[in-house]
Design a protein around this ligand. Structure first.
Ligand SMILES: CC(C)(COP(=O)(O)OP(=O)(O)OC[C@H]1O[C@@H](n2cnc3c(N)ncnc32)[C@H](O)[C@@H]1OP(=O)(O)O)[C@@H](O)C(=O)NCCC(=O)NCCS
Length: 218
């Protein structure tokens, strides 16, 4: 695992939105999920900038957005303490406005991820991205290690979906364990579900059982 101790991680604000939208759109521009969502690479750039504008502002409003001092990375986290209600109608309209004829694919991805979301309380890492020119230098590791320290102090678990096997390996090194994968329809890529539970006896907690839905205490 690479380390990058020179970087400071801090909470992002609305003033950081422009550069962080660019980091998200550029980082996710290539790869099997991008090919599946928007097969045309020329249209993809426009659609992605619009979509990640929505994603970043949603994160600033409803979640926690971390970034680095040089704005080269972004992580969007949400607290998930109970099974959420379905997305609001506004969300559907906003996704349709941002992604046009690709909206059914984006909404299908949301729905599939939601159906496969584990139930125990956790923080959900919805997006992690590093500027493509800065990848592979420990920035992503520094960004996530910062969040994990806070989670460990609070005794909280984390969950994410890894979109390729290289990311999965990074997350495994950071303490996540793999659940059953999701196969995106039709002939789409595999997505690895990753859970970082708090260790009980020194060994990482396994992926939570899908058969034990979380029930809110009375
Ligand atoms: C995944 C990501 C956030 C990691 O950040 P990073 O700063 O590149 O990662 P680090 O330098 O701390 O660690 C490097 C490890 O990250 C993983 N990694 C995944 N994609 C990578 C990429 N495009 N370039 C470099 N490392 C990548 C690998 O496991 C790598 O280790 P390896 O070189 O031994 O294979 C970043 O590469 C990225 O933004 N990728 C594109 C968007 C994405 O896939 N986000 C995650 C969605 S699950």
């Amino acid at each position: 695992m690479r380390s990058n101790s020179a970087l400071t991680v801090r909470r992002a604000t609305a003033d950081d939105a422009g550069p962080l939208i660019t980091v998200l759109a550029e980082a996710f521009l290539d790869g099997p999920v991008a090919d599946w969502l928007v097969p045309d690479p020329h249209e993809r750039r426009t659609v992605y900038f619009r979509y990640f504008t929505l994603v970043l502002h949603h994160g600033l409003q409803h979640g926690r957005v971390d970034t680095t001092s040089d704005l080269s990375a972004v992580a969007i986290w949400y607290t998930r303490d109970e099974v959420p209600l379905l997305a609001s109608t506004d969300h559907y309209y906003e996704v349709e406005k941002a992604t046009g004829r690709y909206a059914p694919k984006f909404l299908l991805l949301d729905a599939i991820f939601e159906t496969h979301h584990p139930h125990p309380p956790h923080d959900y890492l919805a997006y992690a991205a590093v500027d493509p020119h800065r990848q592979g230098r420990g920035v992503g590791t520094a960004l996530l290690t910062h969040a994990h320290q806070t989670l460990d102090e609070a005794g909280r678990a984390a969950y994410l979906e890894a979109s390729n096997s290289r990311n999965r390996d990074l997350y495994q090194r950071l303490g996540y364990r793999q659940g059953s994968p999701i196969h995106l329809p039709t002939d789409g890529p595999l997505i690895w579900r990753m859970w970082r539970g708090q260790p009980t006896d020194g060994t990482p907690a396994p992926f939570p059982s899908d058969l034990l839905p979380f029930r809110r205490p009375l």
